[in-house]
Design a protein around this ligand. Structure first.
Ligand code: 13P
Length: 257
């Protein structure tokens, strides 16, 4: 692994935009330029800001963000290195565009593409092998929370990552807790609910826990970011809808106390 990898993954304040399947060349140019223009203030406050864009826009992100403090990444990668996998994109291809991060295991991929925790862990391994940092998403459904299965679900998803990657490699990853019921619903988990899961995750990560960034994702907005980011085990956020408008994304990036 390259030396910079541990600093990419090290515990720090982070805000990561997940654009999902949104954007156009024209709209992105405006948003990326606005992100890049505001970044000095964020970087000065010790916050690392990144955006994870759809694959076709990686070249545009590289062009418009190179030289700024905003980093960029993708939202998925193939578990395979190369070959007859029509439609797939390898981690190495993503790395060629200067990407630092790849989101893996987002609940939308687990739900719509039947991704298992074993596949997600394999994808994280592929991202690490390409010298980038995986942002591994975990989270429970509303039904699982209501029957008090949150910790069991999170522990199950995490344990597969520990088995496949090992704790040493996991220490080079970022983990995002995204309760499925809070994504795109406007229904945010309370700071106490988030802290409870993050504290649980950090403990379960054992010796790797202290150095890992744990992000929260799910309806983060300018109005709730500060109280979420104030929790002791919350190192920042993975932001969906609010990352698409600079008027929302910028205040979230400034929301650390
Ligand atoms: P929203 O912020 O739109 O709820 O999405 C969260 C998310 O899924 C980030 O990965």
């Amino acid at each position: 692994m390259r030396a910079s990898q541990s600093s990419d993954a090290a515990r720090k304040k982070r805000v990561v935009g997940n654009w999902k399947m949104n954007g156009s060349l024209a709209a992105n140019a405006e948003l990326l330029r606005a992100c890049s223009a505001s970044v000095e203030a964020w970087a000065g406050a010790g916050v690392e800001v990144s955006v994870c864009v759809p694959f076709p826009y990686l070249a545009q992100a590289r062009e418009l963000l190179s030289g700024s403090a905003v980093r960029w990444g993708a939202q998925d990668a193939s578990v395979h290195a190369s070959g007859a996998y029509t439609g797939e994109v390898s981690a190495q291809m993503i790395a060629e565009f200067g990407a630092s991060f790849v989101i893996v295991g987002h609940s939308e991929r687990r739900a719509h593409h039947s991704e298992t925790s074993a596949l997600v862990a394999g994808k994280a391994a592929a991202v690490l092998a390409a010298a980038m940092t995986p942002i591994i998403c975990l989270g429970e459904t509303l039904e699982e929370r209501e029957i008090d299965m949150t910790e069991a679900v999170i522990a199950g998803q995490l344990s597969v990552c520990v088995e496949v990657l090992g704790l040493d490699a996991l220490a080079h990853c970022v983990i995002a807790y995204e309760p499925v019921w809070a994504i795109g619903t406007g229904r945010t988990a309370t700071p106490e609910q988030v802290q409870a899961v993050h504290g649980f995750l950090r403990t379960r990560l054992g010796r790797a826990g202290a150095g890992i960034s744990l992000l929260y994702g799910g309806s983060v907005k300018p109005s709730n970011a500060a109280e979420l980011f104030a929790m002791p085990d919350v190192d920042g956020g993975l932001i969906g809808g609010a990352s698409l408008k600079i008027e929302d994304f910028e205040p979230i990036c400034r929301a650390f106390g």
